[in-house]
Design a protein around this ligand. Structure first.
Ligand SMILES: Cc1cc2nc3c(=O)[nH]c(=O)nc-3n(C[C@H](O)[C@H](O)[C@H](O)COP(=O)(O)OP(=O)(O)OC[C@H]3O[C@@H](n4cnc5c(N)ncnc54)[C@H](O)[C@@H]3O)c2cc1C
Length: 484
């Protein structure tokens, strides 16, 4: 039997953030991870050829860089160094044109011709207030915001469907930028709140950039595990938990699992009401992802794309919107919107000299078993003729595979649940403290709790603060307030 104070199930960024927050407060912590390696959606592996390092899931880290939790970690000194591409994201259009978000609001606006002043008016106040806005959107919505004016400015524009927000602009370029950033929400661009994703991600592009991690995202996890072990914590891999009764007694149990996973683990022990609420939680579409080992950089026609860590591939706003609404209606788009990550723009260590690793994914209906490789490659080839000739090796996972590798990604949903208005405010259910479950001492800490998907650790950190508050333990150092 363990004599640990706390157990965390799942070692994704949120599980590790929870474990570290507890360990920093003086608790002894064990983390049980089912997979062979720690990290969940933050791992790096040679998926194609020896010497080619691919981020298995997350590659681009504006949220990690902005996260109050991560800013309290000594990631850099523990070997996780962020490298920021000169262009955060680019969006190619037919004819060799591209829109790009780079540097300051003014620098980006200057590239947008007739839309320059609209861009400045929309983003300059948000970027100026970025820290204030982040202080409210990276924690549960419970208290009156500390900076209501800044949050209202963000919220009022963000409540709009992205299509309406994009129509404030006249050029294809500016509209495409909004559509591409909004499509990270994995919702039709006609849905309310999709504007918020575009605003948040563009604001982050200007305030912290969209960095990758030198050597791969796994370095973040290695740094977190190192600190946890320094504090006496342990990560036990290869240990799938199938029932809460398998877990030794501990003062706190934090679960980095989906609501569906919680229902399975808790069985009859949770109240029927809470179970029904968890079963009503809605998951988003899935993704089909392709990793390539390439014999050189992607031969984009538009020069901007060569300097961007992320490229949004899918054409005009209308095309991106069509692709997202097809997915929402259960169809596989012929011309999918694709997110392309090319860490080699700033990190040559990912592949042998002159070579590159690149990944792309597109959204697909939940649970899809369709291999979208052909369609994704055709979209990239459209804006980068000769791309296919560079492919040395590729590895594809369908949405069903994504869930098979990690049960948190239900149906291949990488955001831990649909980001509707309701599920953004109340996640996973309507509760004053979203991390607490009706089971005493048991907390949910995955991306299915606020603030949702992405590598920021704030779900785990918030859940750990709730556990510490219930244990009447005052946090001693480097925990970020605002989530208890
Ligand atoms: C293809 C892809 C690309 C992405 N790109 C980005 C990106 O560029 N930037 C970004 O910020 N985010 C990105 N994300 C999202 C990000 O990876 C996730 O939102 C984040 O990892 C969620 O963290 P988490 O700790 O909640 O869960 P996860 O990272 O999913 O970790 C959960 C862990 O718990 C383990 N587990 C689950 N159930 C059990 C059990 N019963 N017993 C034992 N272990 C269990 C799992 O094996 C897993 O290791 C991407 C995700 C994917 C899949």
């Amino acid at each position: 039997m363990s004599t640990r104070d706390a157990v965390v199930v799942g070692s994704g960024p949120n599980g590790l953030a929870a474990a570290l927050t507890l360990a920093r407060a003086g608790l002894t912590v064990d983390v049980y991870e089912g997979a062979a390696d720690a990290g969940g959606g933050c791992r790096t592996q040679e998926l194609t050829l020896p010497g080619y390092l691919h981020d298995v899931c997350s590659a681009v880290h504006p949220l990690a860089t902005a996260s109050p939790f991560f800013r309290g970690c000594d990631l850099d000194t523990r070997g996780a160094r962020f490298c920021t591409p000169p262009i955060a994201f680019a969006h190619p259009l037919d004819g060799g044109r591209a829109a790009a978000v780079a540097g300051s609001v003014h620098e980006t606006a200057a590239r947008l011709g007739p839309d320059a002043s609209t861009y400045r008016r929309l983003f300059a106040p948000l970027v100026r207030d970025a820290q204030r806005i982040l202080g409210s959107v990276l924690v549960p919505f419970r208290r009156p915001p500390a900076h209501p004016v800044a949050l209202a400015r963000f919220g009022l524009a963000g409540l709009l469907p992205a299509e309406r927000l994009a129509r404030r602009f006249d050029t294809d370029e500016a509209r495409a930028l909004v559509a591409g950033a909004a499509a990270h929400a994995m919702l039709p661009l006609s849905d309310p709140l999709t504007g918020a994703m575009a605003l948040l991600l563009t604001m982050l592009a200007h305030s912290v950039g969209w960095p990758v991690v030198e050597g791969g995202s796994a370095r973040i996890v290695e740094a977190l595990v190192t600190e946890l072990e320094e504090l006496g914590g342990r990560v036990i891999t290869g240990r799938w938990v199938t029932d809460l009764r398998e877990i030794p007694d501990a003062r706190a149990l934090l679960l980095d699992v989906s609501p569906r996973g919680l229902v399975e683990l808790a069985g009859e022990r949770i109240t029927p009401r809470y179970r029904r609420a968890l079963e009503r939680f809605r998951y988003g579409p899935g993704v089909c992802k392709v990793d390539w080992a390439l014999d050189g950089p992607v031969p984009w026609e538009a020069p901007e794309c060569h300097q961007a860590g992320t490229v949004h591939v899918g054409g005009t706003m209308a095309e991106v919107a069509r692709s997202e609404s097809e997915v929402a209606s259960g169809r596989h788009p012929e011309l999918p919107f694709c997110l392309v990550a090319q860490p080699g723009v700033v990190d040559p260590s990912r592949a042998p000299p002159g070579r590159r690793t690149v990944w792309a994914y597109c959204h697909v209906p939940s649970g899809s078993t369709t291999d979208m490789t052909e369609r994704i490659e055709a979209q990239i080839e459209r804006f980068a003729p000769g791309f296919r000739d560079l492919v040395l090796a590729r590895a594809t996972v369908t949405a069903a595979d994504v869930e098979r590798h990690n049960p948190n990604y239900v149906g291949g949903d990488i955001n831990g649940g649909r980001s509707t208005l309701l599920q953004t405010v109340f996640r996973p259910t309507v509760r004053w403290n979203p991390y607490r479950t009706p089971l005493r001492g048991v907390y949910l800490c995955s991306a299915s709790t606020p603030p949702g998907g992405g590598v920021h650790g704030m779900c785990g950190h918030g859940a750990a603060l709730a556990a510490l508050a219930d244990l009447r333990i005052t946090t001693r150092r480097r925990t970020v307030d605002g989530a208890t």
